[in-house]
Design a protein around this ligand. Structure first.
Ligand SMILES: CC(C)(COP(=O)(O)OP(=O)(O)OC[C@H]1O[C@@H](n2cnc3c(N)ncnc32)[C@H](O)[C@@H]1OP(=O)(O)O)[C@@H](O)C(=O)NCCC(=O)NCCS
Length: 216
C-alpha cells in the first residue's frame, strides 16, 4: 500500500528539503507530497509533487511521516504538535553527506541539509534546522526549534536557547566549558554577524562585532 511522506511547507525551504527526503526515504510504495495550508497558494503542484492541505493529506492514505520545513519556529512547533496529536510520525531529514560525531543527541524532527556537520558531544532539542553548509562544533547545547541558516559557523561550547534564529553566514565565537557563549531564547542573529558576546533573549544583533539592532 502506498504510504505518504509529507513535507510541510511548499515554499523555498520545503522545496529544498523535498529532494533530500526523497533520497532518504525512497522506497517503491512511498508517495511524496507537500502539505501547505496557505489559502492564497495558487498552485496545487510543485516540482512534480502534489500540494495538499493538512485535511486532504490526512484523507489521502496512511502517513509514513511528516517533516516540517517551516523556518518560523513557533509555527514549526505548532505544526509538529499537530502531527503528534493526529498520530502522524515526525520524520528526520538528514542528507546523505551530513556528518555527525560521537555522543550527539538530536531531538525529533530535525532537518539536516547537505554539507551540514554536527561534531561531537552535542545536545540538540526538537525541531532543529541546520541549513546547507552550517556546522555545530563540540560541546554545544542547543534548545528546541532552533534554526541555523546556510553557512552558520557555531563554534564549540555555545549554548543556543529555544526558538533562536541564526542568519546566513553568522559566526558564533567559541565559549568555554566554564563559560559558554549564550544566545538567548528567541534571539535573532543577523546574516553575516560575528558574535563575540552573549546575546540577550529576544534581541536581534547584527554586524562585526555583533551589536544590538536598534530600529530608527
Ligand atoms: C537582522 C535581520 C533579522 C533584520 O531584519 P529587519 O528587522 O527586517 O531589519 P531591516 O531590514 O529593516 O534593517 C534595519 C537596518 O539594519 C540593516 N541590516 C539588516 N540586516 C543586517 C545585517 N544582517 N547586517 C548588517 N546590517 C543589517 C539594514 O540595512 C537597515 O539599515 P538602515 O536602517 O541603515 O537602512 C535581517 O536583516 C537578517 O539578517 N535576517 C537573516 C536573513 C537570513 O539569514 N536568511 C536566510 C534564509 S535561508
Amino acid at each position: 500500500m502506498t504510504r505518504l511522506i509529507g513535507i510541510y511547507g511548499a515554499s523555498g525551504f520545503g522545496r529544498e528539503v523535498m529532494p533530500i527526503a526523497r533520497d532518504r526515504y525512497a522506497h517503491d510504495d512511498a508517495r511524496f507530497v507537500f502539505i501547505d495550508d496557505d489559502p492564497t497558494q495558487a498552485v496545487d503542484r510543485a516540482n512534480g509533487h502534489d500540494i495538499l492541505t493538512w485535511e486532504t493529506f490526512l484523507e489521502a492514505g496512511p502517513a509514513a511521516g511528516v517533516a516540517v520545513a517551516i523556518a518560523d519556529a513557533p509555527v514549526r512547533r505548532m505544526l509538529m504538535d499537530r502531527c503528534v496529536a493526529a498520530g502522524v510520525p515526525i520524520c528526520e531529514i538528514r542528507a546523505s553527506n551530513v556528518t555527525v560525531g560521537d555522543d550527539v543527541q538530536i531531538g525529533e524532527g530535525a532537518i539536516l541539509q547537505p554539507f551540514s556537520s554536527i561534531t561531537s558531544n552535542i545536545r540538540i532539542g526538537r525541531g532543529f534546522h541546520a541549513n546547507i553548509y552550517s556546522y555545530v562544533a563540540h560541546d554545544c547545547v542547543i534548545g528546541d526549534f532552533v534554526t541555523l541558516a546556510p553557512g552558520v559557523k557555531c563554534n564549540g561550547n555555545v549554548n543556543i536557547h529555544d526558538f533562536a534564529y541564526i542568519g546566513t553566514g553568522a559566526i558564533l565565537r567559541q565559549g568555554t566549558g566554564e563559560k559558554p557563549l549564550v544566545i538567548g531564547a528567541g534571539a535573532v542573529v543577523g546574516m553575516g554577524a560575528v558574535v563575540t558576546k552573549d546575546v540577550a533573549p529576544g534581541a536581534t544583533v547584527i554586524g562585526n562585532p555583533a551589536r544590538l539592532l536598534e530600529k530608527k
